[in-house]
Each structure stands twice: as structure tokens, then as C-alpha cells.
Design a protein around this ligand. Structure first.
Ligand SMILES: Nc1ncnc2c1ncn2[C@@H]1O[C@H](COP(=O)(O)OP(=O)(O)OP(=O)(O)O)[C@@H](O)[C@H]1O
Length: 327
């Protein structure tokens, strides 16, 4: 459904150059649900805008929905749906007007637009809201309307830019269900960007992790997590015992990344559950009381940390490569 090679985009503004996307290769097969995960400013939206023909790549090539991105952008647009980050509904328009207008824009007759609109509002739990002004919808309803608009022409490939940003947890979970249904019941191929780790983890078959315009990891959530070496263990001990506890932790088989923290020791070990009794015995023998312990399976954030040296959450707080927008 999508094949891209060396896709790149450089922005130049007031003498400053930003390489927002630096030669990305990606492949998405029919029926896949693929997530594009990365912190703010990583290059997700820029990649999505290139793949949806809204932005011309500086270099590289791609085929999207069977059409060449550069030679046949109109063909690409005909085959894809795009649900943008901010949505595009006019606040004073009624729900049915938005849907019908969208249908007409895609060349459907008025009757077909109404029929398709009825199908989509039913499918996306918007039935009964036809006469409402879009500004009166809840955040979740508005996102579902955005999705209905993106699906009006029954595309087989849909791009979502941060579908659940700004929604409360319940509306997010509800939207995930709708996204899953699109694939399960209608076989739609989905490509979505997100900076939510839980969203990528729970929703996607496969994740591409992007940072600073480059794909740094790729795979299923489980295989990515399995690629991180070992469980993360945090053991609380009194401050004056932390160095001795770190030495004991360092003697565990396969222990690495041993760090003394304010509250104790942090390290990685292949199997946290089996390493803990041994560490407890070693600390006991050294007369060091263990105050607390935590064993965590690797998360997608650990994957990001391993690949980039930063936590995705820290990267969020301080986005890389900020630049003035020129378009
Ligand atoms: N029109 C533009 N002019 C100049 N720089 C830009 C422009 N659009 C994006 N950039 C820069 O390119 C980089 C990538 O931005 P992009 O919006 O693709 O990131 P993102 O991963 O989608 O972030 P977010 O999660 O915040 O949407 C950033 O450094 C951004 O400031």
C-alpha cells in the first residue's frame, strides 16, 4: 500500500535550514495498522504530509495506494483518506452539511453523499447528530466526524495524524475501538502518527520510531520491546548503602547499566523476577535492608531510550530542532 525510498524534506526559513525528514524508507502492506511514533518535532507530520501529497519531498520517491507520489498525485488522493491533526470542520456548519459537502468534493452525487454519510454516522456512533452544529459536538464526536469526512469516498488506505491528541482517556479508548473496527470490518489499511506510547503499543501491528527526521527502530510492539536487553529493576536502600547495593547488583548474572540514584540503585538484568531473590540474599548478607523494589518489563519508551539515549517523555518536553514555520 505504501512504499517510500529516501523520502526527505528540507525547510529553509530566514537563512536557517531544517532537515525535517532525512531520507526515510518505509513499506506498509495491505491491511496493516502501522504507527509512526516519535516526539514533537521528530518529522511525523512532515512525512505524512509528503505521503498524502500535501507537501512535495525535497528528494526521494514513493508509491502510495498503487500510484506514484510525484507523477500521479491526483491518483494518490483518490485512493487515500487523510484525517488531519486539527480536523477541518467549520464550527457553524451542521454535521450533515459537512458530510454532504465532503461527498460532493469527492465527486459523489448528492444522493450518494447522503447514503454514504448515513452509513458512516451509524458506523462511527454519530447517528442522531446530523442537525447539530459542529461546534456543539464533544471532542470525541468531532474527531469521529473528522474520520467520517476522511472516509467518505471509501478509501482503502487512511492516514491519521495524531488521532487522539487532546481527547480524554475514555474518548481515546473509544476512538481506538473505531480505528480497530475500520480494519477488522472493512479491511482498511491504516497509517497513524502518535506520540503516545500506549496508543502505539495497544493499537498498532507494527511501529516505526522516528527521531530527528530518521527512523531509528521498526517492528511489532512486542519485538521492539524484546530487542531491549532485559528488565529494568529499581531497588530502594538507604543512601549510605547505595554504593554497596550497586556492587551487589553488579555481581548478578547479566546485570548492566547499574546506576546509583538518590533513592537506591537502578539496573537492567535479563530476568528481573529470578534475579531479585539472589539480590535480596546478597543484601541481607551485607546487612543492607531493602526498602522497596520494582521490576519492569521493557516498554516502548525503553526502546526509544536505547535507540536515542533519551526518554521519549524527555524528548517531548524539549523537542529537537525547533524552527520557524514557513508554510
Ligand atoms: N513549514 C516549516 N518550516 C520550517 N520548519 C518546519 C516546517 N514544518 C516543520 N518544520 C520543522 O520540521 C521538524 C519536524 O516537524 P514535524 O511537524 O514534521 O514534526 P512532528 O513529529 O509531526 O511533531 P508534532 O508531534 O509536534 O506534530 C520540526 O523541527 C519543525 O519545526
Amino acid at each position: 500500500m505504501i512504499t517510500a525510498r529516501g523520502l526527505a524534506r528540507r525547510f529553509t526559513a530566514r537563512g536557517r535550514t531544517v532537515d525535517a525528514v532525512k531520507g526515510v524508507d518505509l513499506d506498509v502492506a495491505e491491511g496493516e495498522l502501522v504507527g509512526f511514533l516519535g516526539p514533537n518535532g521528530a518529522g511525523k507530520t512532515t512525512t505524512l504530509r509528503m505521503l498524502t501529497t500535501l507537501l512535495r519531498p525535497t528528494s526521494g520517491e514513493a508509491t502510495v495506494g498503487g500510484c506514484d507520489l510525484l507523477q500521479d498525485p491526483v491518483g494518490v488522493r483518490r485512493h487515500i483518506g487523510y484525517v488531519a491533526q486539527g480536523g477541518g470542520t467549520a464550527p457553524e456548519c451542521r454535521v450533515h452539511e459537512e458530510i454532504e459537502l465532503q461527498g460532493r468534493l469527492y465527486g459523489l452525487s448528492k444522493a450518494d453523499s447522503i447514503r454514504r454519510g448515513a452509513e458512516l454516522t451509524e458506523q462511527l456512533d454519530l447517528a442522531g447528530l446530523d442537525q447539530r452544529l459542529t461546534k456543539t459536538l464533544s471532542g470525541g464526536q468531532r474527531r469521529r466526524l473528522d474520520i467520517a469526512l476522511g472516509l467518505i469516498h471509501a478509501p482503502r488506505l487512511v492516514f491519521f495524524d495524531e488521532p487522539t491528541t487532546g481527547l480524554d482517556p475514555q474518548s481515546r479508548a473509544n476512538l481506538w475501538e473505531h480505528i480497530r473496527d475500520l480494519r477488522a470490518e472493512h479491511g482498511v489499511t491504516l497509517f497513524l502518527t502518535t506520540h503516545y506510547l500506549d496508543e502505539a503499543d495497544s493499537l498498532c501491528d507494527r511501529i516505526l520510531v522516528i527521531d530527528n527526521g530518521e527512523i531509528v527502530a521498526e517492528g511489532s510492539p512486542d519485538s521492539l520491546k524484546a530487542s531491549v536487553s532485559g528488565d529494568r529493576v529499581v531497588v530502594g536502600v538507604a543512601e549510605d548503602s547505595a554504593s554497596a547495593a550497586a556492587e551487589a547488583a553488579g555481581r548478578l548474572e547479566g546485570a548492566h547499566e547499574v546506576t546509583v540514584t538518590g533513592e537506591g540503585v537502578r539496573f537492567r538484568v535479563p530476568r528481573g523476577d529470578t534475579a531479585m531473590p539472589e539480590l535480596l540474599r546478597a543484601l541481607d548478607a551485607a546487612g543492607i535492608p531493602m526498602l522497596s523494589m520494582q521490576v519492569q518489563r521493557p516498554t516502548l519508551d525503553d526502546v526509544f531510550l536505547t535507540m536515542t539515549g533519551r526518554s521519549l517523555r524527555d524528548a517531548e518536553a524539549a523537542p529537537a530542532g525547533e524552527a520557524a514555520h514557513v508554510a
